[in-house]
Write a protein that binds this ligand. Structure first.
Ligand code: NAD
Length: 231
């Protein structure tokens, strides 16, 4: 699975959503053309992406929606529970903690953390926000019961992001979804040996930035007149 292009993984997430739509509409089979139309890509792209995950579909008949969905969920690890903590319970941290949709994919919010005295101790959807000093003991208490804390959502101000990422990784959390507008220096982040699984990448960081999306949108909305500036 190591050589699957990032863009393919991104499209497969969309295919899963499309397959869920089809299942909800009681559609049992779908062609690559139908998947492609709904996903906004070409049928060739769908077929090519799926070859990374196995042999699916029958010529002339298409894909069995339920089977393809199940196999793609499995390939992406979305058929298992992932325990998540949120670090930084300000506006964004609260919004994410209050959003119920993630649990559809077995992402389980198990802990909320902050450093501000007026934030620590508050309750959000049944979880009490804990102080960052409790992160290590908390992760250790979850480890092996039977899962561990797998992912940390980082929603702290940019200037605190590297240190908070460091705290997550030192506690044994190797997956970080970083919302702060900063490039995390992953070479400085090392999982404690007890948490490092053989053959697995030590620390994995994904970045989410809706403002970057708006900036790209602004550029594209300028239209064809946007050209090189002259000094
Ligand atoms: P906020 O100021 O409302 O909340 C930040 C929280 O982090 C505060 O509660 C603060 O006490 C806490 N904090 C600070 N240092 C900490 C540390 N070391 N450990 C744990 N908690 C700590 O900020 P916000 O508006 O929620 O934004 C949070 C971050 O998300 C910012 O970096 C912001 O730029 C970013 N952001 C990203 C997106 C995106 O699309 N990626 C969108 C909005 C905001």
């Amino acid at each position: 699975m190591a050589d699957i292009p990032t863009a393919t993984v991104g499209r497969v997430v969309t295919y899963i959503r499309v397959l869920e739509e089809l299942e909800a509409q009681n559609v049992l089979r779908a062609s690559s053309g139908e998947l492609a139309r709904r996903a906004g890509v070409t049928p060739f792209q769908v077929r090519k992406d799926l070859t990374y995950f196995g042999r699916f579909g029958t010529r002339g008949i298409g894909y069995t929606v339920a089977v393809l969905r199940r196999e793609l969920l499995r390939a992406l690890g979305l058929d298992q529970t992932w325990n998540v903590v949120i670090v930084g319970m300000g506006r964004l941290g609260h919004a994410i903690a209050n959003y119920p949709g993630a649990s559809d994919y077995q992402f389980q919010n198990v802990g909320l953390f902050d450093v501000a005295p007026d934030v620590v101790g508050r309750e959000v959807r049944g979880l009490t926000i804990q102080h960052m000093s409790q992160l290590g003991p908390f992760v250790a208490s979850v480890a092996g019961t039977p899962r561990q804390v797998d992912m940390g959502l980082l929603t702290v101000p940019a200037e605190h992001a590297q240190a908070a990422a460091q705290a997550l990784v030192a506690a044994g959390v190797g997956g970080i979804l970083n919302f702060a507008p900063v490039v995390l220096q992953t070479q400085d982040l090392h999982l404690p040996e007890a948490f490092a699984a053989p053959g697995r990448r030590e620390v994995t960081v994904e970045n989410v930035d809706f403002l970057a999306g708006m900036k790209r949108l602004a550029f594209y909305m300028l239209g064809p007149q946007a050209g090189p500036a002259e000094e």
